[in-house]
Ligand binder design. Structure first.
Ligand SMILES: [Zn+2]
Ligand SMILES: [Zn+2]
Ligand SMILES: [Zn+2]
Length: 173
């Protein structure tokens, strides 16, 4: 369970802005993005692979889309809930580095899974489309794991990928 349970998330979003009355809110969340890597560089723009529960679980800010009034924010790490971890999650670059080649079989293509901060607008009947707030290599864009499809070798970070707190990590929904 994240800092926001599903019920609180839904009632916060449904309430809209108590300041200006706008029904649209802008939600920021750390969500899963899959990237195809070639010699340690992204070979595609990546695509989201999260679901709705993970989007809620990673939410760290909800603000009015019109007047920017913040209706929810939490300074703890959205992944492991370490106190004050959000600043490190947003400010640090990825601690897990993707090698140019698979360490086991030398393949040059690797699949990477990252947790990436995104913003999405909710309310007013729009289908929310998350936009990444950080690109590969930027602060906030954290590689969680990489894997090779040729030999099935996989490397997963054992610490919190967002704030570097020691594991074991809580289970996500
Ligand atoms: Zn407002
Ligand atoms: Zn953390
Ligand atoms: Zn391999």
């Amino acid at each position: 369970m994240g800092r926001l349970d599903e019920q609180t998330f839904e009632s916060t979003v449904a309430a809209g802005c108590p300041g200006c009355g706008s029904a649209k809110v802008e939600i920021k969340s750390f969500i899963d993005r899959r990237l195809l890597m070639m010699l340690a560089d992204p070979n595609d723009a990546g695509r989201w692979v999260h679901d709705g529960e993970k989007f809620i679980d990673g939410t760290y800010e909800i603000a009015c889309a019109a007047c920017k009034k913040v209706v929810f924010e939490h300074p703890d790490c959205p992944r492991c809930h370490a106190e004050g971890g959000l600043a490190r999650a947003l400010g640090d670059t990825s601690r897990l580095t993707i090698p140019k080649r698979c360490p086991a079989c030398n393949e040059i293509e690797l699949l990477a899974l990252a947790l990436v901060p995104a913003s999405a607008r909710y309310g007013g009947g729009e289908t929310p489309k998350p936009k990444p707030l950080a690109e590969f290599g930027d602060p906030g864009h954290h590689v969680v794991a990489f894997a090779c499809e040729s030999c099935d070798a996989a490397t997963v970070t054992q610490k919190c990928p967002l704030c570097d707190a020691p594991g074991p990590l809580r289970v996500r929904p």
